[in-house]
Design a protein around this ligand. Structure first.
Ligand code: ATP
Ligand code: MG
Length: 387
């Protein structure tokens, strides 16, 4: 059901199969004793079968609008645990193309909302009144942008019209959930298209409040560096290379960081101190909207702090930089900066050659090298919070 049926119809391999059932989570657990019941806002059962993790959700009815407990004053849904029929379950889903069910017994597709035709027409359509549905869960604005980017569908007039105007609703969504969405937007192979969709629907400034406004409501200035970063990330996903939100945030917030750091330098701070202070501010501002877990923001900061050190190529001390933690990420970031500022190209060349001529690491540097050999924690897609 949901995303997996949609992906099957599109001829894409679904990354997971979600199961919907009339059984309650407790009844599911009675059949699969080893499953885990998870979620608060949206309770479901995680069943493990042959190494695969299957999300099993009980059919939901539309939540009860009179129940103050389950709804925020803004109309936002806080809990969604009222069980219902399969048809009711289809109706409370977000988009029609996400509301298709595959009946495992008959093999039929059950469509209560016209999702099959919308799929054929490549149309993205919210189920019900868009105004109500966006208020219930503003993340649907971002999901719309993501499906446009990922599936090449186009929102219909009603689904698209008020998106720029409703974008500020995202300010009421918990930052941790917005971080997850940001990762799905930018780290899954269609980051550039996601950014274009966010721009088109006027959502970018709300998601990245520290960035300069661009040409048009809700847009940001999309510079050369950021474009290249998004394209590189997409390319790395295509070629199955690891990607990390730390690098993405380094690129996203670079203009904000750079501007702030320059201001601190002008007030007399040494460059390193200026970058530290600027990083603190830039990251804090972003984290109020999309949380940035510390294990990522720490690396983002390291990438930035390496930048002024790349400029110091005289004497002998520069060699040590080659063995620094995060040298490679910092170097990649330098290459990115050179796309925007060609005067950095000689520096890039210097560091490219330096790596080619790299000798065995000096004893002092080797310990930090060894630390790098540890399997590093990388971003992994977590189970979606919304079921
Ligand atoms: P993906 O390919 O990213 O997994 P998906 O559509 O499967 O996309 P999930 O977050 O895995 O997205 O959600 C599974 C299904 O749950 C969706 O297809 C949709 O039917 C429903 N759903 C998810 N989030 C929401 C939401 N915010 N509001 C309503 N329904 C939702
Ligand atoms: Mg899914």
């Amino acid at each position: 059901m949901g995303g997996s049926v949609r992906d099957l119809l599109l001829g894409k391999a679904p990354k997971d199969f979600d199961v919907a059932t009339s059984a309650t989570p407790e009844e599911v657990q009675a059949v699969f004793p080893r499953c885990r019941l998870i979620g608060r806002r949206f309770r479901l059962a995680h069943v493990r079968k042959r190494g695969a993790l299957i999300e099993v959700a009980t059919f939901r009815a539309r939540f009860d609008a009179d129940d103050d407990e389950s709804q925020h004053a803004s109309g936002r849904i806080l809990r969604d645990n009222v069980f219902g029929t399969v048809e009711e379950d289809a109706l409370r889903r977000d988009f029609t193309i996400n509301a298709l069910f595959l009946d495992p017994v008959s093999g039929d597709i059950r469509d209560y909302v016209g999702g099959y035709q919308d799929m054929a027409d490549r149309r993205l359509r919210l189920i019900g009144d868009p105004d109500v549905r966006y208020h219930e869960d503003p993340v649907r604005l971002l999901r719309a942008a993501r499906f446009v980017a990922k599936l090449g569908v186009e929102p219909d007039e009603d689904t698209a019209r008020r998106m720029p105007e409703l974008a500020p609703l995202l300010q009421g969504v918990p930052p941790a959930r917005l971080f997850e969405e940001t990762c799905k937007l930018f780290m899954t192979g269609h980051g550039m298209r996601s950014m274009e969709a966010l721009q088109r629907f006027g959502l970018s400034v709300t998601l990245f409040p520290g960035l300069r406004g661009g040409a048009g409501p809700g847009k940001i200035q999309l510079g050369v560096l950021l474009r290249h970063a998004l394209e590189n990330t997409d390319e790395r996903v295509r070629t199955a290379k690891p990607v990390t939100p730390a690098f993405l945030y380094a690129a996203l917030l670079w203009s904000s960081l750079d501007e702030r750091a320059r201001a601190f330098v002008q007030k007399g701070d040494p460059e390193y101190v200026a970058i530290m202070r600027a990083a603190e501010e830039a990251i804090a501002e972003q984290a109020r909207r999309t949380a940035i877990p510390r294990r990522f923001s720490a690396v983002t900061r390291q990438i930035w702090l390496l930048q002024p050190r790349f400029a110091k190529t005289r004497g002998k001390r520069w060699k040590r930089l080659l063995y620094e933690d995060r040298f490679r990420a910092g170097y990649d970031f330098l290459l990115l900066r050179a796309k925007e500022d060609p005067s950095l190209e000689p520096l890039c060349e210097f560091w490219t050659k330096a790596q080619e001529n790299m000798e065995a690491p000096p004893a002092a540097a080797r310990s930090s090298e060894r630390r790098r050999d540890r399997p590093r924690r990388r971003y992994r897609r977590k189970a979606p919070s919304a079921g």
